[in-house]
Design a protein around this ligand. Structure first.
Ligand code: C2E
Ligand code: CA
Ligand code: CA
Ligand code: CA
Length: 281
């Protein structure tokens, strides 16, 4: 630290150091969590708006912390991305989601068409082994490639270079589906939609939450549904919380929905009960 006169500078440096120190601690515990299998997946149902048949389940990771309890992904995914830990964490998520899905399928709890949707960080596309990791998850679980859907955000398109397009195309060639998550919130140019082999658009919750009152959200949502239709993409609305939102989406031709109106993300045992009740209704 500078001697004398540089109070503000010194303070700033110490702040940064304290922050860096915390980051290191958190990164250490994330690493440990990975080694001790302290992550769990919760599953949120996706439904068909017409008839309300089950379309799929989205796997959402949580950290089971000894003192903090269940930690939401927003609290640790950014650091996992920064530190590169997202790669091994993402591999675990893929393997676990496929394993669980195959188990439920074998138990007769869901059909062979029900999708398992797994979030993939843009960073994971830089992993040369991504394709092999996915193939191994499918092989070891016995899950059909046609039942796996990967969700990527628009940030993947900013790197829609050399690596990403061939990776996506190879995934598609295996029969794996690819959804564009949080659609409308990123920086995408619409031309990417034509070039990249997506199969589904997920309308971001921010456009859904004020339906049908907010006129611009109404216009945007209708436009995304029309865009999906004209590009022959499937379309799902995220964050559906009210019957009015559901009715609006249904009337305007949105095929799929996900949100608290139907179900919150469920722990595996809860999801099992949900699936059992669903099958018998
Ligand atoms: P996302 O992919 O957009 O996931 C949807 C988030 O919205 C989930 O939050 C879910 O609990 C929440 N949600 C669902 N329905 C509703 C609703 O009706 N109302 C409201 N207010 N919220 C709803 P969650 O589980 O906290 O996940 C946050 C984000 O963390 C995810 O956003 C995703 O970007 C990321 N994430 C979660 N799991 C993974 C993972 O395994 N890998 C990666 N790379 N990212 C993950
Ligand atoms: Ca998602
Ligand atoms: Ca989303
Ligand atoms: Ca979102």
């Amino acid at each position: 630290a500078k001697a004398g006169g540089g109070g503000t500078f010194d303070f700033y440096t110490e702040e940064l150091t304290a922050h860096a120190f915390e980051q290191v601690l958190l990164e250490g515990s994330l690493r440990q969590a990975l080694a001790t299998h302290a992550f769990v997946l919760h599953y949120q149902p996706q439904l068909e708006l017409n008839g309300e048949r089950l379309h799929g389940l989205e796997a959402l990771v949580r950290w089971q912390h000894p003192e903090l309890g269940l930690v939401a992904p927003g609290k640790f995914i950014p650091l996992a991305e920064e530190s590169g830990l997202i790669v091994p964490l993402g591999r675990w998520v893929l393997a676990e989601a496929c394993r669980q899905m195959a188990e439920w399928r074998d138990a007769g709890l869901l059909s062979a068409e029900t999708m398992m949707c797994v979030n993939l960080s843009t960073k994971q596309f830089a992993d040369q082994e991504l394709l092999g990791v996915i193939q191994r998850s499918l092989r070891e679980s016995g899950l059909d490639a046609g039942q796996l859907e990967l969700e990527v955000t628009e940030s993947v398109m900013m790197r829609a270079s050399d690596q990403v397009i061939p990776q996506l195309e190879r995934l598609r060639a295996l029969g794996i589906k690819v959804a564009l998550d949080d659609f409308g919130t990123g920086y995408s140019s619409l031309s990417y939609l034509k070039r990249l082999p997506f199969t589904k658009l997920k309308i971001d919750r921010s456009f859904v939450s004020e339906l049908p009152e907010d006129a611009s959200d109404v216009a945007i949502t209708k436009a995304i549904i029309a865009l999906a239709e004209s590009l022959s993409l499937d379309v799902l609305a995220e964050g559906v919380e009210t019957a009015r939102q559901r009715d609006f989406l249904r009337v305007h031709g949105c095929r799929l929905a996900q949100g608290f109106l139907y179900s919150r993300p469920l722990a595996a045992v809860e999801c099992e009960r949900y699936l059992a009740a669903f099958g018998s209704r």
